[in-house]
Design a protein around this ligand. Structure first.
Ligand code: COS
Length: 380
């Protein structure tokens, strides 16, 4: 049973504790799911999470608008990740894919949110390109004005939910200025002519992922999210909200790794006594517990700061993501070591955590980019 004492920290309110308990109970009954067909599994997870009401925090409630609650997003991701990485992924994409619409969308655009929050539509965030992943301002994809429309042409890659999403938030160069100030954001429904899946991408912890081709995809000017030229800042503002939640997912994986390790160390005997009795194992366990608590503190500090109304949490979110994902990798590696051969046996939970964690140090801003962000914010 994962440590729940952190829920008593002053970052949380009673509604957060109630939410975490309800979600944990749901997860215990419904997860993990079969991962053999990740497209079908994700569609089903979104539908079931939506039906149970657990997708509500991913986007603004149009009937009762208010800011996204980052603490709830983080608690949800860490809880889902502890039970099943694919469930965390399905939840996270509903938020990242619609974040720009929640934060900057018009009332018409926000009508999509009623469907994504109910699990009746899937969303995706299309920012990265073959030539620009970390260097967002250098993107090539063009959106050219043509009368009352924009015509999008180019490619996006590493797009999670690519191929199964119903709507895409797409960033493209509209050319108001060079670099970061010449990018705009668009809401593109998946059935828009010219939008095609060019390639499905297979990764070590499989989930729906694709390279997308935009072959003269025509959308009305009303599909623009925010103002012309604001796309870079919109992308960064969305990442400010969701980066802490990536750290939270890593935290969920790390907590699970520690739980599994405690079970293992208590039940497996070596040299005539449980593994627990070996000081080297105790050293590993101490470091794992320390990393987990320190990551949780950074994550919920960032989330709480945002929820208290800070306009930007760039530094806090970057610290939370960097530390939590890097340390979770270490925690899980120790879990593998303590599990011995079982730790690398395909299908063992610890082996799957080892694969699941790796991409989190790359996506939504690689660890190296987070260091750049933290350094720049600190030098300011
Ligand atoms: N919120 C609001 N505005 C922001 C912002 C944020 N978090 N971060 C930057 N901006 C603004 C800056 O204030 C600046 O505005 P002005 O031009 O008005 O001064 C503008 O955006 C450009 O910022 P900056 O000069 O820092 O941009 P860079 O091109 O140097 O890029 C990094 C900065 C590398 C940090 C950025 O490209 C990045 O985060 N890259 C990683 C992207 C990523 O996460 N990719 C994965 C995609 S999702 S899987």
């Amino acid at each position: 049973m994962a440590d729940r004492s952190f829920l008593d920290w002053p970052f949380f309110e009673q509604r957060h504790r109630d939410w975490a308990d309800r979600l944990d109970a749901w997860c215990a009954k419904n997860l993990p799911v079969d991962h053999s067909d990740v497209d079908a599994a994700c569609r089903d997870l979104v539908a079931r999470l939506g039906e149970a009401g657990f997708l509500k925090p991913t986007a603004v409630d149009t009937a009762n608008p208010g800011p996204l609650d980052v603490r709830t997003l983080c608690l949800t991701r860490e809880t889902l990740a502890r039970h099943d990485g694919l469930a965390d992924f399905a939840f996270a994409m509903q938020g990242l894919g619609t974040g720009a619409i929640s934060l900057f969308g018009t009332p018409e655009q926000q009508q999509w949110l009623d469907r994504t929050r109910a699990g009746k539509a899937l969303s995706a965030f299309a920012l990265s390109e073959p030539r620009s992943g970390s260097d967002v301002a250098n993107m090539d994809m063009a959106a050219t004005r043509d009368g009352g429309d924009y015509v999008l042409s180019g490619e996006k890659t590493w797009i999670s939910n690519g191929g199964i999403a119903d709507l895409y938030t797409v960033f493209a160069r509209t050319g108001e200025a060079p670099g970061a100030r010449g990018i705009s954001a668009f809401l593109v429904p998946a059935d828009t002519p010219g939008l095609e899946v060019a390639e499905r991408l297979d990764v070590i912890a499989p989930h729906p992922l694709a390279r997308l081709a935009f072959n003269d995809v025509r959308v009305p000017a009303s599909a623009m999210i925010g103002k012309p030229g604001d796309g870079f800042k919109i992308a960064m503002s969305v990442l400010d909200v969701f980066r802490s939640t990536v750290g939270a997912a890593a935290l969920g994986f790390a907590r699970r790794a520690l739980d599994e390790t405690l079970d293992r160390a208590g039940s497996r005997e070596l040299f005539g006594a449980p593994l627990f009795d070996l000081q080297m194992v105790q050293g590993h366990i101490a470091e794992m517990a320390l990393d987990i608590d320190a990551a949780a503190l950074l994550i919920y500090r960032a989330a709480w700061t945002k929820d208290m109304g800070a306009p930007r949490v760039t530094r806090e979110a970057a610290m939370a993501k960097l530390f939590a994902t890097d340390r979770a990798q270490e925690v899980i590696d120790k879990a593998v070591q303590i599990h011995g051969g079982d730790g690398v046996r395909r299908g063992h939970i610890v082996e799957s955590l080892y694969r699941e964690i790796r991409a989190l140090r790359i996506y939504e801003g690689a660890s190296d980019v987070q260091k750049v962000v933290i350094a720049r914010q600190t030098m300011k």
